[in-house]
Design a protein around this ligand. Structure first.
Ligand code: OXD
Ligand code: MN
Length: 595
């Protein structure tokens, strides 16, 4: 199977531990993908969608207990607890490995074990890293084929001695002779483990078949393990979209953006600018690997090869490009099924069809009180399906601006720019979203901090992570590094209505951001950073009142007094005596600017 001794021995070790019935090497060909897709349909694990409406596409339905990433079962397993830090679940490897080895024993009986060599980033590229996922889930094999570069070309690199991340995955459901295999096998919650061993460059996942728990190239490798590698090697693995923007003068710039979930990251990655003459193209919607190159600039590349997006809320008005992206060669998970064998999810069309099969396989009729799709239903589609994919999506691109964002009904203006890169690090550290009534009643109004949108994805101690941003700063100079901004599309008025129209109109803010990266003098100074001088914000053909604009950009001292207190107690809770110097200095300066 391979000439690489380490890989050969690892495959043998897993084979004798997990005892699969057979082993398949993932060659990465279309024939192999199509055959496995067909096998999933034949064995009733997947439904083939109407080829006239959605060619070469499948629908999978997960077990109702296995529908999302399970953060409470996600572990960073380092020798020292302090290396995992206060924001991760930690178990020592000497404790965790024996527990998991016991679970892995014979766990693939009755199943096929797929050996999937994959590359995060273009195969052989200097920014890329290689992994091998061993899994007993055909769903994972099909999804990895879309989400990463897989197969022979990667194995060839490994054969030549390339080191690789070992990523082991099992659904945790062995089959004895005569057992019926459920459509979506998985293990009970207390047997699920999503474990990372950064000291061994290794991931062990058990018991879940869903998304980031099972497609180990994504959150487990490209963020948690890669953030460790990035720290050691002097680069960055971030939870960021990468967007290419061309202005009416044909000037091209690239930006990245980090937003907590439910803040429209994929929508911004696929923005359809309302401003005439502007063009936006997608390089990535979820992860950016970034390095300072010899010219001192920060370059970003998308390590993934596909989109694993939330269907809910994706519509012709919110994201027509995403809809075009999932028109063919797409895997859907947990959407509803229409009578003509197509998919449907809430918001896809203004009116729901009269009858659907819901995500659990039951009849659903219009007017039923529960929704027919799961709120975390997903599409998996190749990047190349995206009609707005930038031609340079396989190259590192120089970043002019980094956007942080959050869902904040009050306090934070629509846009502000940090005074410096280090002030930008502070802004990233305090980002978060306000919990609305729809989420958690007892916490309404509270800000849930999600620093750098990386809270569940930093694979090491958060103090070291913030200090790593400072190290990156010292690897270049202020003028060459990207400028850092904070956007808040979600400010509300006194009637609790969103003030800013969002979506394509966000291009007006992007224009200001790009102008600022070139130092144009169209700003006002506030204690929290630069905000637009409204005379220079492009509001042509936008109907918005002066009062609304005033609220959108207001920086109220009373609000910020509360915010600063909240930041102080949040820092005390998370970092305590280890609060990074850069955050202490910036918080102090912020307080002084309000005096
Ligand atoms: C994702 C996430 O699925 O951030 O991208 O949870
Ligand atoms: Mn994400």
């Amino acid at each position: 199977m391979t000439k690489n001794k380490v890989l050969k021995e690892w495959i043998e070790e897993i084979q004798s531990l997990c005892k699969p019935d057979r082993i398949v090497l993932w060659e990465g060909t279309k024939v192999q993908y199509d055959e496995l897709a067909e096998e999933c349909v034949r064995t009733k694990k997947a439904i083939r969608l109407n080829p006239k409406k959605r060619p070469n596409s499948l629908l999978f339905r997960s077990d109702p207990s296995d529908v999302a990433r399970v953060e409470k079962r996600t572990f960073i397993s380092t020798t020292k607890e302090s290396d995992a830090g206060p924001t991760n679940n930690w178990i020592a490897p000497t404790v965790l490995k024996p527990i998991m080895l016991e679970l892995y024993k014979n766990c693939m009986t009755g199943r096929t074990m797929y050996v999937i060599p994959f590359s995060m980033g273009p195969v052989g590229h200097e920014f890329s890293k290689v992994g091998v996922e061993i899994t007993d889930s055909p769903y994972v094999a099909l999804n990895m084929h879309i989400m990463t570069r897989t197969g022979r070309s990667v194995l060839h690199l490994i054969d030549q001695g390339e080191t690789f991340v070992k990523a082991l995955h099992s659904v945790g459901y062995p089959l004895q002779p005569g057992d019926i295999d459920p459509a979506w096998p998985s293990a009970p919650m207390d047997h699920k483990y999503i474990s990372h061993f950064p000291e061994d460059n290794m991931i062990w996942a058990y018991g879940s078949g869903y998304g980031g728990n099972a497609l180990l190239g994504k959150k487990c490798f490209a963020l948690r393990i890669a953030s460790n590698q990035a720290r050691n090697e002097g680069w960055m693995a971030e939870h960021m979209l990468i967007l290419k923007l061309t202005d009416p003068n044909q000037k091209i710039r690239y930006i990245t953006g980090a937003f907590p979930s439910a803040c429209g990251k994929t929508n911004l990655a696929m923005i359809n600018p309302s401003l005439p003459g502007w063009k936006a193209e997608t390089c990535g919607d979820d992860i950016a690997w970034m390095r300072i190159k010899e010219d001192g600039r920060l370059y970003a590349i998308n390590p993934e090869n596909g989109f694993f997006g939330v269907t809910s809320g994706t519509s012709q008005s919110s994201n027509p490009i995403a809809l075009a992206t999932v028109q063919h060669d797409t895997i859907f998970t947990n959407t509803a099924l229409t009578d003509d064998m197509d998919v449907w999810w809430e918001d896809l069309t203004p009116e729901a069809p009269e009858h659907l099969i819901d995500w659990q396989g039951n009849d659903w009729y219009k007017g039923d009180s529960v929704r027919p799709d799961h709120p975390n239903a997903r599409f998996t589609a190749p990047l190349t399906n995206c009609p707005a994919l930038a031609k340079e999506y396989q190259e590192p691109v120089p970043i002019s601006a980094i956007l942080f964002g959050g869902r904040r009904p009050t306090t934070i203006p629509l846009i502000h720019q940090s005074f410096s890169f280090c002030h930008g690090i502070f802004i990233g550290s305090i980002m978060g979203s306000q919990i609305t009534a729809a989420v958690l009643d007892e916490h309404i109004g509270e800000v849930r901090r999600d620093p750098f949108a990386m809270l569940p994805f930093i694979g090491y101690n958060i103090t070291d992570y913030v200090n790593h941003w400072t190290k990156i700063y010292h690897m270049s100079t202020e003028d060459l590094l990207p400028k850092i901004f904070f956007v808040n599309w979600f400010r509300r008025d006194e009637n609790n209505q969103y003030i800013w129209p969002g979506f394509g109109e966000n291009s007006r803010i992007l224009q200001w951001i790009l102008e600022r990266t070139e130092g144009n003098i169209n700003y006002k100074i506030t204690p929290i950073g630069f905000v637009p001088d409204l005379k220079h914000l492009n509001l042509t053909n936008l109907s918005i009142s002066k009062a609304a604009l005033d609220t959108l950009f207001e920086v109220k001292k009373e609000d910020w007094e509360i915010e600063i207190k909240d930041i102080e107690s949040y820092y005390a809770k998370v970092y305590g005596i280890h609060t990074p110097e850069v955050l202490k200095v910036q918080l102090q300066k912020l307080k002084e600017r309000f005096e």
